[in-house]
Design a protein around this ligand. Structure first.
Ligand code: SAH
Ligand code: SF4
Ligand code: F3S
Length: 456
């Protein structure tokens, strides 16, 4: 293929969060409508797109390394078009063009413009579109699923974020929060179910602030709990998950809705970030340690077996040993099932970068992070041990990487179970009994008559 024409083979690689995974599927849908076909071989691609992440500096460093590898692709085939999309495109804009490798820079709200940019691009006129929108939700676009298993899919229900946590780059790379028309969400979920998918994960930076204001009648307004219920009603055989919940916004209505439907998975990802009120205040999270613990108590009182997972940041600006110990003690008090744990990485342009010195020495950040990880490993193991003897309904996602005679899938609480295949297949629901565990996996056996523990 030569430049300036439509069609050709497109290779997409995705970094960052699940929302980026879904955006890559949206991009592929837009490009397929223009005659492009997907390739999984970078060496045969006419267009290489990297859908990027800016959340921490190391995420960006990785992309810079990739761009150098793309330079080599170009050496061999100078017609190949290199596009950087997503959050790093939005953050760095035309600075990505300086090294003369990148041809296209497309921010998260400009994917409808990709076909035009691909037609217009020449070696002398790289294309850039980093306009953020207040309306774009790609509501009418059916993402082309790139997942391998055909069982579980993501649906973005909103875009952007209005929270401006002081450390976070997302509001700058993704723009203002906007919710997607629920009719299009439900239609997409029904379509997935009719194509054999068994599980959907509703995605947003802060799903609890989902709100659809209907232009015609207030009767059709919808909040997140109502949306969750509408998706759960599609079929009892269709499981619903969601991510991410914000501790300041998760409502009793959402918790009760989860409890009402067996097919809404009992798992809440509730990023705490820190257990110290001084840090939470500086982070602008708008809740306190006490508020967070109360929300956890509420969840557990309504859904006793609910999986609760979190995100933690070690070494935020001005963090003292006492603040750090507050984080450890909160983790211990909650007993999280698992966690994503990070060292604070200053992001240019954020409130924290402008206001607070990044003053915790690197080695202290690393040591604190290691303590947090060690504690979480213990908590994960303890939480998994409590599962021994319980029976879970599991949706089979595929064959175990370690043993081809075994399958794996997740229980409602998001824990991964591994068990002998015994003729079962990906996409089926099975009941398994937990026999033993590691900190990451529940080793299980199939059982046909067992009673499923709690609500799945
Ligand atoms: N919207 C979600 C989180 C999105 S980013 C929420 O508010 O919960 C995913 C995680 O990355 C965050 O929860 C946080 O723990 C981490 N993170 C974000 N910015 C970071 C930074 N500057 N340094 C280190 N970790 C960061
Ligand atoms: Fe970032 Fe906070 Fe928004 Fe999450 S809620 S995306 S951490 S600004
Ligand atoms: Fe990264 Fe953007 Fe997601 S910064 S975490 S890809 S919203």
């Amino acid at each position: 293929m030569s430049r300036g024409k439509t069609g050709g083979k497109v290779y997409i690689e995705t970094y960052g969060c699940q929302m980026n995974v879904n955006d890559s599927e949206v991009m592929l849908s837009i490009l397929q409508d223009e005659g492009y076909v997907r390739t999984e071989e970078i060496g045969e691609a006419d267009v290489i797109l990297a859908n990027t992440c800016s959340i921490r500096d190391n995420a960006e460093q990785r992309i810079w390394g990739r761009i150098e590898q793309f330079r080599l692709q170009k050496k061999n085939r100078d017609n190949v078009i290199i596009g950087i999309t997503g959050c790093m495109a939005e953050r760095l804009k035309d600075r990505l063009l300086d090294n003369h490798v990148v041809d296209i820079v497309a921010g998260p709200d400009s994917y409808r413009d990709l076909p035009r940019m691909l037609k217009a691009v020449t070696p002398d006129s790289p294309q850039i579109n980093v306009l953020l929108s207040h309306e774009e939700t790609y509501a009418d676009i059916t993402p082309v699923r790139m997942d391998k298993n055909g069982v579980s899919a993501f649906i973005s229900i909103m875009r952007g974020c209005n929270n401006v946590c002081s450390y976070c780059v997302v509001p700058y790379t993704r723009g203002a929060e906007r919710s997607r028309d629920p009719k299009t969400i439900i239609r997409e979920a029904e379509d997935l179910f009719s194509r054999g998918y068994k599980e959907v994960c509703l995605l947003g930076q802060n799903v609890d602030s989902y709100f659809w204001k209907d232009p015609d009648t207030a009767d059709n307004d919808m909040n997140f709990a109502q949306l969750l219920e509408a998706v759960a009603k599609i079929s009892p055989e269709f499981r619903v998950r969601f991510s991410t919940s914000h501790p300041k916004d998760i409502s009793d209505e959402v918790i009760y809705t989860m409890a009402m439907y067996d097919n809404i998975c009992s798992h809440i990802h509730l990023p705490v970030q820190s257990g110290s009120n001084a840090m939470l205040e500086k982070m602008r999270r708008k809740y306190t340690r006490e508020w967070y613990l109360e929300r956890v108590r509420k969840i557990r009182s309504v859904i006793p077996d609910c999986g609760i997972t979190t995100d933690v940041i070690a070494g935020f600006c001005g963090e003292t040993e006492e603040d750090h110990r507050d984080t450890l003690s909160l983790m211990e008090e909650v007993g999280f099932d698992s966690a994503f744990m990070f060292q604070y990485s200053e992001r240019p342009g954020t409130l924290a970068a402008r206001k607070y010195p990044d003053d915790v020495p690197e080695e202290v950040k690393t040591r604190r992070l290691n303590e947090i990880i060690a504690l979480q490993n213990r908590l994960s193991l303890e939480s998994n041990r409590k599962e021994i003897g319980k029976v879970h309904r599991v949706l089979i996602e595929g064959t175990s990487k370690r043993n081809s005679g075994e399958l794996f899938g997740r229980a409602g609480n998001n824990k991964v179970c591994v068990f002998p295949a015994e003729g079962h297949k990906t996409g089926e629901y099975v009941d398994v009994e937990v026999l033993s565990c590691t900190s990451a996996t529940l080793i299980s056996r199939l059982c046909s008559t067992g009673k499923v523990s709690g609500k799945e």
